[in-house]
Design a protein around this ligand. Structure first.
Ligand SMILES: CC(C)(COP(=O)(O)OP(=O)(O)OC[C@H]1O[C@@H](n2cnc3c(N)ncnc32)[C@H](O)[C@@H]1OP(=O)(O)O)[C@@H](O)C(=O)NCCC(=O)NCCS
Length: 179
């Protein structure tokens, strides 16, 4: 086993200028172009952690919150929240940066799930990630809920198997009852 890696060790940042070829007739970036950049940045993060080839298996919670205009910089940041077995959750944040106005705004946020594969393309177990900060620990805990939710939505697990999700929902309901 190598050194224990933290989410920070997997952090990847990519910047790209928005050119005419990336935009629609309104002068804002195509969603598909942005998704491609996000996928690339997330994959780098996944492979930085696993040191294995990783393929995208799921993308969720994508939200195009604000358009990115021609000439703006797209700044994408990705890090590993949690490793399960062969799969891992990578969180991705996107900001648009106007260099001349020295301003940045949040434009997109999503969760990518990757699977580490061997030379035959078969899923391969990955070393865990060790969260250090409170925020990293929160993200680590919530990643287990999101995993169950996405596997349930795809019919890969039953509601009975979604134990983290059940605990969390029960905790939420109990809180409401007390109020
Ligand atoms: C990813 C792939 C290898 C998984 O193969 P598979 O036969 O479904 O493997 P498994 O059922 O054993 O699942 C492997 C892991 O993926 C996870 N997984 C599968 N589908 C998932 C989904 N929709 N959402 C989240 N996780 C998923 C499983 O939970 C499992 O995780 P774990 O090992 O951490 O418990 C296969 O589906 C594949 O090659 N897909 C195409 C990938 C691709 O081309 N991506 C785009 C280009 S990079």
């Amino acid at each position: 086993m190598g050194a224990q890696k933290t989410p920070h060790d997997s952090r990847s940042v990519m910047s790209e200028v928005t050119l005419p070829n990336d935009t629609n007739p309104y002068g804002t970036m195509f969603g598909g172009r942005l998704m491609s950049l996000m996928d690339k940045c997330a994959a780098i993060s996944a492979m930085r952690h696993t040191e294995l080839v990783c393929v995208t298996v799921a993308i969720d919670s994508v939200e195009f919150a604000s358009p990115i205009y021609l000439g703006e910089l797209v700044v994408i940041e990705a890090w590993v929240n949690r490793v399960f077995n062969s799969s891992l959750e990578v969180e991705v944040m996107v900001e648009a940066e106007n260099i001349f106005k020295k301003k940045r705004r949040l434009c997109n946020h999503a969760f990518f799930t990757f699977v580490a594969v061997n030379d035959q393309g078969e899923p391969t177990a990955v070393e865990p990630v060790y969260p250090q900060t409170d925020l990293e620990k929160q993200r680590y805990e919530k990643a287990a809920l999101r995993r169950e939710l996405r596997l349930y939505m795809k019919g890969r697990i039953s509601l009975e198997e979604a134990v983290h999700l059940q605990d969390d929902l029960i905790a939420e309901i109990s809180k409401t009852d007390l109020q």
